[in-house]
Design a protein around this ligand. Sequence first.
Ligand code: HEM
Length: 408
Amino acid sequence: MTTRRTIAPEELDTLNLADPRLHAESDLSAVWRHLREHRPVHWNPATDTAPGFWAVTRHADVTSVYRDSARFTSEGGNVLETLLAGGDSAAGRMLAITDGARHAGLRRVLMSAFSPRVLEPIVESVRRTVTRLLGDALEKGTCDFAADVAAGIPLGSICDLLGVPDRDRAYVLSLTSSALGSHEADSTAADAWIAKNEILLYFANLARDRRDSGHADIIALLAGSEVNGLPLDDDEIMLNCYSLILGGDETARLSMVGAALALLDHPDQWQALKRGDAGIDTAVEEILRWTTPALHSGRTATTDTEVGGHPIKAGEIVTVWNASANHDERIFDAPGELRLDRTPNKHVTFAYGPHFCLGAYLARAEIGAVLAGLRDLVAEMEQTGPAKPVYSNFLSGPSALPLALKAA
Ligand code: HEM
């Protein structure tokens, strides 16, 4: 079990939703429920160092913002970290923070590398990796499910997609952990900045090697493609590789570790999965809803407008909270219950609309492989120590989960 301090709605006016500690160390479900009911479009006030922003919490309002990239652009940044710092220098060049015709063109190029047919060998390799990592953990009898199992899965597939050599993978993993989330309460923005720059440098070098060497990976695909009649330059290739690794590694890892924790905390659902009362496909969707590894997305209003009837001024920052929308009682029956056979399940874990997660198929396959592996290979699992949270206002989930496992 995890114990986190429950924050009461009365404390709302003292909270800063941009504070990583708040999300790591407390349970905000009562606050989200209160906001959805009474203040669905909430103003998070400015601090000494950062501007204020809107926080949108109802599912219908969240999808209305996601849907409309003309009124709510991603080009000022798509997460609080960059929005509050005044923007993202990769805007207009990196897929997630590009809008309009350029976004559509770049997305078309990248989509071709993410079709189920192209991903099939990578998904096969994910299944083999899960079997191997769970097999090793079962042989030892104990593991840190985050470091020993989950960490080896998504980064491996992204590195396969990008053609990153085996010898560099541990190095790339260590950088992605410090660049996006943080496993330590006291790590600084400077640590994250250094790690991001090291990743960019790494991909710049890899892209330079790949341009001439006839590989069949995403770097080669980007290097050989045109968007709106123009080839991509080295910076654009490097930034889009970087975005795949940052967008697809830690998010998927956190949902896998969150899956194991959810099964430990809900023995009835673990048994339902083992008996086959809940199928893998619905279980994957419910785990995605339950874990919501990407807490929010952010936009900037391009014009004076409204969300759910609430006025928003041009230039204001609008954040949409997947963590709240995924528990909206207007959409989900008993949202506070984990139900692995839940259907329909209209979660917004992968966002919605034009920026819907490009890696959703791959992430679903990875989580499905982990759930199937646990169901088929593990008879019993027990938590042997506290789960450690990730410190971030964007990412959520356990960064460490000590377990004892028995083979089926
Ligand atoms: C976009 C979540 C896995 C690549 C997004 C967005 C979310 C998200 C919320 C929308 C961001 C926005 O609207 O500003 C997740 C979660 C994952 C996951 C929770 C795992 C459980 C992956 C994987 C990859 C990936 C495995 C690639 C290997 C991307 C890309 C975009 C994106 C490239 C930008 C799409 C666009 O702007 O058109 N993801 N993601 N994601 N994701 Fe994922």
